[in-house]
Design a protein around this ligand. Structure first.
Ligand code: AHR
Length: 507
């Protein structure tokens, strides 16, 4: 049996839980939009063609913000194609995913859909094939109240009030050779700075995200962040990180410890951003938008785009089917994001529906939860208030990829309003349970509300449209309170959420 001791104190806080940490991503890719969130004629579709069954699952998932419309797609997208009378919108080639884009769904439909789900938009502009002028045009269309050409166009298209979109991504993965319009770091940094300056002339309060590296393994990782921020430090607020995880050579122990790599990635980009800031003698801190993260089996067949003369509309692309082990990893990645909430103030699981997604649909058929739905939904619902600085001590395990890591990873939140403490834990060891002691000081523990676990058994199980609902949390009845501590057992390879009630002691 491995052991772990966690010490937490509601007075020792990292940061408030950023609500944008539970963001997601809707790209014009495969069936995320078409037959995903939008399917006119579906039995559950509303008057706008939005699938109500999907909306219900989106609400249950608890996402808070949605990045749109890409992704690689945005780098050759003309936003104007997606507004105005649907019948006169052009059908275009989507060069990113070798598909046909009908443009039946565009910005106004997206904003109407978001309103139904009560979510915040995160809008990406095309800095691949386009530049500052088109980004500012989009901003005018979206956010100006009226009286100018593009704002009047939005009004004529049926939306009188401006959308007041605050968070904007200045392009997507501009370092990637697969990107339409790849740029060098300095070239992109200058364009991002210039575009940010222009956008701020309209609204200085906008929050702007510069593209970081496409992933930690990019050959220019590090120098890219440094060079982009050297150009754009004063003009942007956040830098983006993207990371997708999958088991390499069936190495489950390393896969379960993917949060370790996420920790290191966030720490590295934070250090680089702070070093650029220090050189500039700036008191400003650049925050992190981890605006694409998930498990993604990138080398598997569903990720191969069409080719040649094949330009399908909404093909089945990147439709990964997730196992219980994948759900444990997703739970672990959320622990890493929460732990860094003093710097990671926005994050988007990629993506929301059908495309490497927690929610799947069948055209004309049902919508259902993948295994990874569950740790996300529980964390989004119960990570409230402030993230606590958890002191961890205990057994370690050795992984091929990351060396020696803590056997149990954990993070905790405290909600002043409800007096609830939530602890999210992952046992990364595949063959050994872990006995965990959670010590609470600075508050009087008054009871355990709930303790649930995902994983431990059936790690390879996956869900289908016909069920069952693998990965649904099941009660963990090992949790026992003894004075100011709770003891519980984590099965091997599992994710657990422990919720307790407490009253805070006077400081
Ligand atoms: O989420 C799928 C793709 O992954 C996005 O389009 C791109 O930004 C990333 O490479």
């Amino acid at each position: 049996m491995n052991t772990a001791r966690l010490s937490l104190d509601p007075r020792r806080r990292v940061a408030p839980v950023p609500r944008r940490l539970f963001g997601s991503f809707v790209e014009h890719l495969g069936r995320c939009v078409y037959t995903g969130i939008y399917e006119p004629g579906h039995p559950t579709a509303d008057a706008d063609g939005f699938r109500r069954d999907v909306l219900a699952l989106v609400r249950e998932l608890g996402v808070t913000a949605i990045r749109y419309p890409g992704g690689n797609f945005v780098s050759s997208y003309r936003w104007e194609d997606g507004v105005g009378p649907v019948d006169s919108r052009p059908v275009r080639l989507d060069l990113a995913w070798h598909s046909l884009e009908t443009n039946a769904f565009g910005l106004d439909e997206f904003m109407r859909w978001l309103g139904q789900a009560d979510l915040e938009p995160i809008l990406a502009v095309n800095l691949g094939t386009r530049g500052t002028a088109e980004a500012v045009d989009l901003l005018e269309y979206a956010n100006h109240r009226g009286g100018s050409h593009l704002a009047n166009q939005r009004r004529a298209n049926g939306t009188a009030d401006p959308y007041r979109i605050r968070l904007w991504c200045l392009g997507n993965e501009m370092d990637g050779p697969w990107q339409v319009g790849q740029r060098s770091a300095t070239e992109y940094g200058r364009l991002a700075a210039q575009t940010a300056k222009a956008m701020r002339r309209f609204d200085p309060e906008l929050e702007l995200v510069a593209c970081g590296s496409s992933h930690l393994g990019m050959p220019t990782f590090g120098s890219w962040e440094r060079d982009v921020l050297t150009e754009a430090y004063d003009d942007v607020d956040l830098i983006s990180l993207h990371a997708y995880y999958q088991p390499v050579d069936d190495d489950l122990p390393s896969f379960l410890a993917s949060g370790e790599e996420m920790d290191r990635y966030i720490d590295a980009v934070t250090a680089i951003a702070d070093s650029v800031g220090a050189i500039r003698r700036s008191t400003k801190k650049i925050m992190i938008a981890f605006d694409e993260w998930n498990v993604w089996y990138q080398s598997a067949t569903p990720s191969t785009p069409p080719s040649g003369d094949d330009w399908p509309v909404a093909p089945r692309l990147l439709e990964d089917h997730y196992s219980v082990a994948d759900a444990v990893v997703v739970g672990g990645l959320l622990i890493s994001l929460l732990r860094h909430s003093d710097r990671v103030t926005a994050a988007c699981q990629a993506q929301l529906v059908n495309v490497i997604a927690p929610i799947m649909t069948e055209p004309g058929g049902s919508a259902w939860r993948q295994t990874i739905f569950h740790p996300f939904a529980r964390t989004a619902r119960h990570a409230r208030g402030a993230v606590l600085d958890v002191l961890r001590d205990g057994s370690t395990t050795t992984t091929d990829r990351y060396g020696e890591v803590a056997a149990v990873d954990a993070v905790s939140t405290w909600d002043d309003d409800s007096g609830e403490i939530s602890v999210f834990l992952v046992n990364r060891v595949t063959d050994t349970p872990a006995e965990v002691t959670v010590d609470v000081s600075g508050a009087h523990l008054t009871g355990i509300i709930e303790c649930v676990t995902v994983g431990g058994t059936d790690l390879a199980a996956k869900n289908t449209a016909d069920g069952p609902d693998h990965g649904a949390p099941r009660p963990n009845d090992t949790a026992r309170q003894a004075d100011a501590a709770v003891r519980l057992t984590l099965p091997p390879a599992s994710w657990t959420m422990l919720r307790m009630r407490a009253t805070q002691a006077t400081p």
